[in-house]
Write a protein that binds this ligand. Structure first.
Ligand SMILES: NC(=O)c1ccc[n+]([C@@H]2O[C@H](COP(=O)([O-])OP(=O)(O)OC[C@H]3O[C@@H](n4cnc5c(N)ncnc54)[C@H](OP(=O)(O)O)[C@@H]3O)[C@@H](O)[C@H]2O)c1
Length: 269
């Protein structure tokens, strides 16, 4: 089994706004060369302009695999092979309605960006990682991916599916040096959350620095024991996660699965 060295390069999707922007800047401060991907070239260039170290900007719509492949090649030409992939590009439906009232076009769009988009980026980046002996992938997931909710059914379905992609990367790739993390960022003040009625009037937010410190620790390989599992900013810290892993992690802890009624449940793993 191989363990990838600390990442020297990162590709951040959704780097033009919110959490992706903070992560691009934080990884840059941590000394990584950063590739920034999104659709808005001007906003990406602004973020790149705030970075002191090497960076590369590439526009792509993550729903288009050819576009993503072209952008990944552009980033690779600029900063070298991608050793850390951070999937932060995402959208959420505008309406808070139960699943049976959800707008089908909006539902499809959320799935296309959040789930298919995450797959496209994996498909464009991970074969190179595997060929080079490994790498790390961080998915911006959500509590919505692991519990049922009254609203935002497309978002929940997409984030659950994203966890399955990360789990599949871990299951098929761990022996080949891949590490994949599902990161719930808490509730960060961004254009996405500002537009959500459920967060209207909220005053308590997760600090972006708490998300950044987890991803920097992941980039350095300090949290590899958490591959295939979910961690949450604002609740988990790198030190706390390291201590918990050293104390021993139950096999299915923080993974996504069916909760059996007990050991005699025939569906128990
Ligand atoms: N904020 C939170 O509290 C929170 C909580 C849980 C999970 N998350 C997750 O964290 C991630 C970032 O969220 P955020 O709050 O930072 O949202 P945000 O500020 O709205 O940023 C979303 C980013 O996604 C990009 N994007 C959207 N559609 C795209 C497409 N088709 N192709 C490429 N890029 C696209 C946007 O860039 P362009 O417009 O330039 O394309 C933007 O950079 C999302 O995956 C979200 O689900 C956030």
């Amino acid at each position: 089994m191989t363990t990838p060295p600390p990442a020297r390069t990162a590709l951040v999707t959704g780097a033009s706004s919110g959490i992706g922007r903070e992560l691009a800047l934080g990884l840059g401060r941590a000394g990584l060369a950063v590739g920034l991907l999104g659709r808005d070239a001007a906003r990406l260039a602004e973020v790149a302009g705030e970075l002191d170290g090497p960076s590369a900007v590439a526009t792509a719509d993550v729903t288009d695999l050819d576009d993503v492949r072209r952008a990944v090649a552009q980033v690779t030409a600029g900063i070298g092979e991608v050793e850390l992939l951070v999937s932060s590009a995402g959208v959420i439906e505008a309406e808070e309605v139960p699943v049976w009232e959800a707008d089908p076009a909006a539902w499809r769009h959320v799935l296309e960006v959040d789930l298919l988009g995450a797959f496209h980026v994996v498909r464009a980046v991970v074969p190179g990682m595997v060929a080079r002996g490994g790498g790390r992938v961080v998915d911006l997931n959500s509590g919505a991916g692991v519990r049922d909710a009254v609203h935002y059914s497309a978002y929940g379905a997409a984030k659950t599916g994203m966890f399955r992609i990360g789990g599949a990367l871990h299951a098929a790739g761990h022996e080949r040096g891949l590490r994949a993390f599902e990161l719930a960022p808490g509730v960060v003040d961004t254009p996405m959350t500002r537009a959500m009625p459920v967060h209207a009037g909220r005053t308590g937010w997760t600090a972006p620095a708490e998300v950044v410190e987890l991803v920097v620790a992941m980039a350095r390989g300090e949290l590899d024991a958490w591959s295939g599992r979910m961690v949450r900013a604002g609740t988990d810290t790198p030190a706390g996660l390291r201590a918990r892993a050293e104390a021993g992690l139950p096999a299915r802890a923080r993974t996504l699965g069916l909760l059996p009624w007990g050991p005699d449940d025939p569906l128990a793993p």
